[in-house]
Write a protein that binds this ligand. Structure first.
Ligand SMILES: [Zn+2]
Length: 294
């Protein structure tokens, strides 16, 4: 009996030692795992304040709402959009950023942005002087201003394209790309074509042959920032630019187009890559529209 008790006691003691050992090792393991998580969290927190993600901050400033996603910080009057509307709009902006980045093979340069996010100024909320404190150290390109969200006419895709493809030297490539891709990515209808087909409009303006459209056609493809002299010429120039960019990009591919886009001499770069003069390319584009536009 004594021997049996001894065996049981020994077994119990061994069991206790094993249990406490495994408890010890759980604790032992727990520490490094937590530490690893902490390291990861710290890295993420340098970019994002996780606490503020996807929450509505009404204390930021009286009468305003601040809302953050992984890609953007939204700032809006609290009586303009309700929480659902802000959430829905924020989702469209985040989706747009990813779609544009993927299509153009470009990334937002997050070093310039607060918490690595872009700032979305809804209906001029951001123009409040207090709000600008938050923007002291960031570059102008980190901000997009949008309005007409309720009316579903917000130029957010257009503005995001300017933000992502910030390196340009000519207006026709810059505005042309933004207008063309705004429609391709199903952005809201907005200036200058308001949802109308850029190719159809271009052919109409070309065929109309008004003074403004002749001037806009002349300026198309020129380097730098054209002097339109009037708003109608600017509008037609923007629409021509969108259709012409679409034609060029479809002919040579996105990568080559982006090389031209980023080049400091757009005209020269376009002629080098296509082997054609700007005048010939414009003629080919118009002939293409005459064939394709129904
Ligand atoms: Zn623009």
């Amino acid at each position: 009996m004594n021997k049996k008790r001894y065996v049981i006691l020994t077994f119990v003691i061994i069991a206790i030692i094993l249990c406490s050992n495994s408890l010890y090792s759980i604790n032992n393991y727990a520490d490094p795992i937590v530490a690893e998580d902490d390291t990861l969290d710290t890295e993420v927190q340098e970019k994002f304040d996780l606490e503020e993600l996807y929450t509505f901050d009404y204390d930021y400033k009286d009468g305003y709402i601040r809302y953050c996603t992984e890609h953007a910080i939204f700032y809006s009057q609290s009586d303009y959009l309700n929480e659902d509307e802000i959430r829905e709009f924020a989702k469209r902006v985040d989706t747009g950023i990813i779609e544009i980045e993927t299509y153009l093979n470009m990334k937002l340069d997050s070093d310039h942005y607060i918490n690595s996010r872009i700032f979305v100024n809804i209906n001029d909320s951001m123009n409040e002087p207090e709000f600008n404190n938050e923007n002291n150290d960031i570059e102008h390109t980190a901000i997009i201003s949008v309005d007409n969200i309720k009316e579903k006419k917000a130029p957010y895709i257009h503005e995001l394209i300017h933000l992502i493809a910030w390196e340009y030297s000519s207006t026709w490539t810059k505005e042309g790309l933004a207008i063309y891709l705004n429609d391709m990515f199903n952005g809201d209808p907005t200036y200058p074509n308001n949802g109308y087909d850029i190719d159809k409009l271009s052919l109409q303006f070309y065929n109309n042959g008004t003074l403004e459209s002749l001037k806009a056609f002349d300026l198309l493809g020129e380097n730098g920032f054209p002097n339109y002299e009037d708003v109608e010429t600017e509008k037609i120039f923007y629409i021509f630019s969108a259709s012409f960019v679409k034609y060029i990009e479809n002919s040579i591919g996105t990568n080559d187009f982006i090389d031209i886009y980023k080049s400091s001499d757009t005209k020269n770069s376009l002629e080098n890559i296509t082997g054609k003069s700007i005048q010939i390319l414009k003629d080919e584009w118009i002939n293409h529209l005459k064939l394709e536009v129904k």
